[in-house]
Design a protein around this ligand. Structure first.
Ligand code: ADE
Length: 234
């Protein structure tokens, strides 16, 4: 048992799908997996393990932000021998060239966060997804004729801010969208020699104010969830 995940050794699969929201983890487990078992509910951060087309997969939440995904992804990699984490989240687009419902595969996450530096002495402020899962997702999307957009994003510690200006780091690296977790996930995977990727569905377009409503979210996220599950089969 680890500090924040109450599952026993062997109860978590080698590949984990990681949404931010525990209720989304439950939705995926109940609607896409068979023979599902709830393996941890510490702090109501739910983890489930089940079968997708016969293959064992786990799905569990990261919570919101760099510290939270930093903890959960580290414990999954180190305490449960997880090989691959696919984050499945939402993001805000900085540009109206992206539309709500677009699905992005993060090819670089830039951040002002000091997480990578102070956790692992990784000095870079922009990190790629470590391992082979990024390209496997691209190939899987191509086979499914899903338009998956490789994108450089900003991992921010801030959701609410005074200025409406695009933050400096996002301008510096030409980030098209913002979320709050990928950079820490990539830092952990890089340090530990594991595989990680981040798929994001655009939930809001910041310059136009367009957004996906709460009741559209479940169906909006379906293509991304199915893509992650299909890639996890390999
Ligand atoms: N996730 C979804 N929309 C976001 C936004 N506008 N900022 C940060 N994270 C987000």
């Amino acid at each position: 048992m680890s500090v924040h995940i109450a599952a026993k050794k062997g109860e978590i699969a080698k590949t984990v799908l990681q949404p931010g929201d525990p209720r989304r983890a439950r939705y995926i487990a109940e609607n896409f997996l068979e023979e599902v078992k709830l393996v941890s509910e510490t702090r109501s951060i739910l983890y489930f393990t089940g079968l997708y087309k016969g293959k064992e997969i786990s799905v569990g939440a990261s919570g919101m932000g760099v510290p939270s995904i930093g903890i959960y992804s580290y414990e999954l990699f180190t305490e449960f021998d997880v090989d691959t984490i696919i984050r499945i989240g939402t993001c805000g687009a900085y540009t109206d060239e992206l539309k709500v419902f677009d699905v992005l595969n993060v090819n670089n996450a830039a951040s002002e966060s000091t997480y990578a530096k102070y956790a692992w002495e990784i000095e870079e402020e922009i990190l790629p997804p470590p391992g082979h899962i990024f390209s496997l997702l691209n190939k899987t999307a191509e086979n499914r004729s899903l338009n998956l957009i490789p994108t450089t994003i900003h991992t921010s510690d801030i959701f609410y801010r005074k200025s409406q200006e695009i933050p400096e780091i996002a301008k510096k690296y030409n980030c098209s969208a913002v979320e709050m977790e990928a950079f820490a996930l990539f830092a952990n995977a890089q340090y530990l020699g594991k595989n990680a990727a981040t798929l994001l569905t655009v939930s809001d377009v910041i310059p136009t104010g367009e957004f996906i409503s709460a009741d559209q979210r479940e169906s909006a996220l379906k293509p991304m969830i199915e893509l992650a599950l299909e890639a996890a089969m390999n």
